[in-house]
Write a protein of this length. Sequence first.
Length: 364
Amino acid sequence: MGVMNKPIVVGKVNSFYRKLRKNGYQIGNIPRSLTFVHHNICNFRCDFCYEQNEVKYNKEHLSTEEIKKLADEADELGIWEIVFQGGELLVNVDSFIEVINTFGPERFHMVLITNGWFMTPEVAERLAAAGLDSVGVSISSLNEAEHDQSRHVKGSHKKALEALKNVKAAGMDSWAQPIFGHHNSHSPELYEFLDYLQENDYGVYFILAMPYGVWKDNYMDAEDMRIFSELRKKYKNTTFDTWDFYDPNRERLSGCWSVNRLFVTPLGDVQPCPFIDISIGNVKKQSLKEIVDYGFSIKYFGETSPVCLAAQNRKFREKYLGRSASMFDLVSGGGLFQKEDYIVSGQEDAGLSGQPEGARKIQT
Ligand code: SF4
């Protein structure tokens, strides 16, 4: 179908752009996208995945009615992009297509994040016909042995490269999601991969290395930031959350997307971003508007941050993140944030009353 053939999406993107321009190209409080984790079932056991011990939650997912309500509410808020993520949603292609239909592909830019294993030419064509627009494949380099080893699946690198090709052949946007950070900013392997992606006309959606676990204390320094800005200029096929993608000079920052891009878990909990393990509400109990209003009342999310809060803001990370290892056991924003963390006083009560069931409060 393609986004340009979706007039409702074009209208919403234009409205988003007008708001962005009016706001001095700062993302501010403008809702943009929603990442929807339908379930966490997966055929891989990747070393870096925090979901691998969570098989007991495999049966958790929102009902069709709950998904429909969420989609309608997202549409009303002007959200124009839905990013589908698992687990691996292509373990059951029919069920994924049903989810696409429930959201209504005509009203959103539809994106899938996948490990690529099941993305045959036939599956890619079915997905494109169902209204999927773009696919991000989880692949970080051309190093086949390392890729296969970290996924514990032989042949996974080959399939990921094939997936990029099959997606593009089916007429969808096809991109890879390499990780950038202090650990690889000077790595020739990264540049070899970026060259490959550019030559083959694939997109690049950067994920910043989160400074925890093996990368603890691995914050990007000024030199890494300089290199990241240079990459942005050299490789025109790249994008990252804080970059203003309307800037032809590829210099302007529109700011961190926390709450502008919501993350909804199979239990219905809502995080400000996939990398911020804090719940700001639950779609089974609250409207998406209430959740978004509450999220933006927290100053870290409501005020524009020029850097990625999760990867680059050491103070924020050390004070608020890393308390949960799972999207099924989130810390509640209502219990975590204190009066001084809110832009409008009184909003902390909304967070407390809107806590997801089972969300634990941290001990302070
Ligand atoms: S915290 Fe980082 S990854 Fe999350 S929305 Fe902000 S820029 Fe994106």
